[in-house]
Each structure stands twice: as C-alpha cells, then as structure tokens.
Design a protein around this ligand. Structure first.
Ligand SMILES: NC(=O)c1ccc[n+]([C@@H]2O[C@H](COP(=O)([O-])OP(=O)(O)OC[C@H]3O[C@@H](n4cnc5c(N)ncnc54)[C@H](OP(=O)(O)O)[C@@H]3O)[C@@H](O)[C@H]2O)c1
Length: 303
C-alpha cells in the first residue's frame, strides 16, 4: 500500500533536517516525534505535526503516538541506549500497524562488513537494530524495514573526513587511489524519501546510495580547484594507521574510533558493486564532485 503518513524521530539533528525537507518536498504528511525533555525548537514548516513522548519511550506510549502512521524514520545516533530505543520503536511500529521502519543506519560504512565489525564494534548497534527489525518483519507480514547506507556524509564535518581547509591539508591513505562512496545530506534525505515512494522494491533490504564514488586524490584536487591554492598531502600507510588507531581505540580513545571509521569509509565503502546499489531504482544520478566541494567551501566560508 502507498505510504503517505510518515513519523520522523531526530528531525533536529545533523541529518534529520534534510530528511524532513525531502519528505515535505515529496508531499508526505510528516509528524515529528520528540522527547518530552527535548530542548530543540519545534518550529517546522506548516503542516508538520509534533508529538512529544515521555523520555522513557515506553512501547505503549510510542504505539499510541504512531497510530495511523504508514512509516517511521529514526535519525538518532545509534549508540547504546538509542539502540534499545530503536528496538522499542520497531515494536511499537508492529503494534500500531506501521508498514515500514527505517532505522538509524545511514552508515559511513556497511555495518555488516566483517572488517568494520572487527575494527569498530560500535557498528554492531546498527546491525542489532536492523536484525531486530528483520526478526519482527519475519513474524509480522504487515511490517517491514529498510536500512540506508550512504557512505561518509560529504558536506557535514570536514574534520571527520580528515580535510583541514584552514591549513589547506588533507590526510591521504596509501596512494589515495581507493574509490569510496560518499553522500551529501541533501542526497541522503532525498534517497530516504524515495525509498518510501518505492515500498515494494525496497522492502526488508539494505539499500546503498551515493552522491559520487571518488578517490582521496580526486577530493584533494577538487579542494585545490575550489580554493585556488595548492594543498598539502599528509600520507599514511593504511595498515600501520589501522594497527595504531585500533590499539588506541581498544584503550578507550573515542577519537581513534572516529579515525577508524574515517579510514574504513575511505577504504571499504565502494557501493557500486553492491546488489542493492539503488541509484537507478530511486531515480538518482551521481552528483558533480567539483560542484559539491564548491558548495562546501562557500557554505563554510573557506574562500
Ligand atoms: N555516514 C556518516 O558520515 C554519518 C555521520 C554522522 C551521523 N551518521 C549517522 O546518521 C544518523 C543520524 O545521526 P545525527 O548525527 O544526525 O544524530 P544527532 O544529530 O546526534 O541526533 C539527532 C537527534 O536525535 C534526538 N535524540 C538523541 N538522543 C535521543 C534519545 N535518546 N531519544 C530521543 N531522541 C533522541 C535529538 O533530538 P532532540 O535533542 O531534539 O531531542 C537529536 O536532535 C545516525 O545513525 C548516525 O550514526 C552518519
């Protein structure tokens, strides 16, 4: 059945606004779900309803909030308690008769990759949320899920991508020739909305999209063109980098965990060969890298 009414949890985070705006541009009827204690402003475009839910997100109260919704999307960080939160939301979807659940995946990397699971156990939270939804879907024919894996957010945090415009420098792994898929926030929002326009083809699947699939060498050159200056390459031998950052991550260094995610997103994230690489299905085409870099440079006031 066509999806019309969509509930979104996480509308005020890094990704949520792009998803909200794409849903509205495709004329979905949107309800934003928020924690009762949320301090983010509830000023959304007209037509968007807001439901506040007690912070405990008890399944019964979430179920009440979700009655009448066709789909639920969560764009909250997928760590610890949030994973449990997603389990409760998935259960509430089933109880309220919601057709489609899109859990908070949106990974830099594919959490089902063994390399990723070995290096960054945190990703297990994403796999858990997805597996739980898959179990529920097996038991309940009316319920289904879709996960979206998009690669690194390209226009979110340059630091996270190890791109340092202030000192015109970028970290490069090995020869910098490995291709990696990355997505702009706009692309991820759009892909999420289009999943709901194709409920049958995207049912119970991990879907992969990108804005482009590029090498680090191509990215640094694009920043050089956009800023009109030469940039410094800081080169790392990937295997040695992996070993050192893993050792630090195992000792509790959160920065090292982010470094490992950056590394995996640059070495193990070419979605083009994936079975569910859904660019064609969703009617999406690659974006232009130079254009995306120019936008980032302008928006962040770097020229
Ligand atoms: N691929 C990449 O490069 C990349 C980068 C970043 C994030 N991600 C992924 O994208 C997804 C969204 O991340 P994000 O950075 O957009 O998230 P975020 O900004 O950290 O959080 C989004 C929103 O979630 C709400 N929230 C947080 N904890 C909650 C809780 N316990 N209960 C209810 N609501 C809660 C908050 O809303 P209120 O404060 O209004 O309550 C917040 O505005 C995650 O799956 C994340 O792992 C991927």
């Amino acid at each position: 059945m066509a999806i019309q009414k969509v509930a979104l949890l996480g509308a005020d985070g890094n990704l949520g606004p792009s998803v909200l705006s794409a849903l509205l541009s495709h004329n979905f009827t949107v309800t934003v779900l928020k924690r009762a204690s949320s301090t983010s402003p509830s000023t959304y475009p007209s037509g968007v309803s807001v439901i506040k839910i007690h912070d405990s997100f008890a399944v019964e109260s979430v179920t009440e909030a979700l009655r009448g919704q066709d789909a639920v999307i969560t764009t909250v960080r997928g760590k610890g308690p949030q994973t449990d939160l997603q389990h409760r939301i998935a259960l509430a979807c089933v109880a309220a008769g919601v057709q489609r659940f899109i859990p908070s995946d949106f990974g830099s990397v594919d959490s089902s990759s063994q390399w990723t699971m070995d290096l960054v156990p945190l990703y297990k939270n994403k796999t858990d949320a997805r597996n739980y939804a898959a179990e529920l879907a097996e038991q309940n024919q009316a319920f289904s899920w879709t996960s979206l894996v998009c690669g690194h957010f390209f226009d979110w945090s340059l630091d996270f991508l190890h791109i340092y415009p202030q000192r015109r420098s970028m970290d490069i792994l090995d020869s910098g020739e490995q291709k990696w898929s990355a997505s702009t926030l706009f692309r991820i929002g759009e892909a999420t909305a289009r999943i709901l326009l194709h409920p049958d083809e995207t049912k119970n699947k991990i879907i992969y999209v990108q804005s482009f699939c590029v090498t680090q060498n191509e990215v640094i050159k694009a920043f050089e063109r956009a800023t009109g200056k030469e940039w410094e390459r800081v080169e790392y031998e990937a295997k040695q980098y992996e070993v050192e950052e893993k050792r630090k991550a195992d000792a509790g260094d959160a920065g090292a965990v982010e470094n490992l995610i950056w590394m995996l997103g640059a070495l193990d994230a070419d979605w083009r060969g994936k079975e569910n690489f859904a660019m064609g299905l969703l009617g999406l085409e690659d974006e232009d890298l130079d254009e995306a870099v120019r936008k980032v440079v302008e928006e962040k006031g770097l020229v």
